[in-house]
Write a protein that binds this ligand. Sequence first.
Ligand SMILES: C[S@@+](CC[C@H](N)C(=O)[O-])C[C@H]1O[C@@H](n2cnc3c(N)ncnc32)[C@H](O)[C@@H]1O
Length: 300
Amino acid sequence: MNAKKVWTIKDVLLWTSEYFKKNDIQSAQLNAEMIIAKVLNCSRMELYLKYDKPLNLIKRKEIRNLVKKRATHYPIQYLLGETEFYGYKFLVDEGVMIPRPETEILVDAVISYIKQSNNDQWNILDIGTGTGIIPISINKYFENKEVNMHFLATDISEIGLENAKKNIELHNIKNIKPIKSNLFENVSTKWRIDIITSNPPYISDKEFEDLQKEVKDFEPKLALFGDEKGLTYYKKILQNAENFLNKNGKIFFEIGANQKDDMEKIIHHFDYKLIDIIKDYNDLYRVLIIEKINKKQEVI
Ligand SMILES: C[S@@+](CC[C@H](N)C(=O)[O-])C[C@H]1O[C@@H](n2cnc3c(N)ncnc32)[C@H](O)[C@@H]1O
């Protein structure tokens, strides 16, 4: 950006958008708008209302620093420190998995299941909570309804837990307890659970190379990878869930695009059954609803 010229919002937008295109940043225009709007503390729409307004050097420098960092493929969500999920704002810290739109399918599935049921009391465990989007979004949906909910949100990552705590505070929620735990390790067996939700690390070794630079270079490996086929965490959760679930308790898993067939075998192996399977916006199997097989019932 040339310092002598008068730079308007329009000029900076065009320059940034072009710069991003040259650096292979997807959605160049949107990224430019998001960064400039953040620095000017306004909405993206307002940028177009103030299109011809000149920008001072301090603001331009601030924008330029963020733009340069984004051009290295550093994720926009880390850069801005926030993202949107299920219509809500969530804070996202570097080192924590960035929420994906697919996970809204899981949240929708849990909400529909709870709405269809007659229960007004729910104990819900979210394993690998990251930013806390799953329990927070479910809880917010039922906030003013006559449903009593208690959540335990676990993560093995300290940074993840701290991020979840910030979001719990941001949304002023009292009934989600974040705890550090390797899967079920610190979950009391006395706590009977109605629903387990989990979007565990599920990227396979093979899929790694095809990931976007943003993901490969900047998102935490601990949040992404689930061994050679990406299935380890599902197996571990199914192996232990029985000790915690209430009778008729359900597990809601988000799965990877090609994991449905393997998951069906695993579910069968651990004596669970598939209650429902839900596709995402790209017509890929994305969410599984699972229940333990009641052996006595099977015999009858
Ligand atoms: C795919 S991310 C999902 C994050 C968040 N639930 C979401 O949907 O955006 C998986 C999460 O599992 C956590 N995790 C990895 N291994 C774990 C373990 N052994 N026990 C508990 N959490 C674990 C990671 O730190 C990460 O936050």
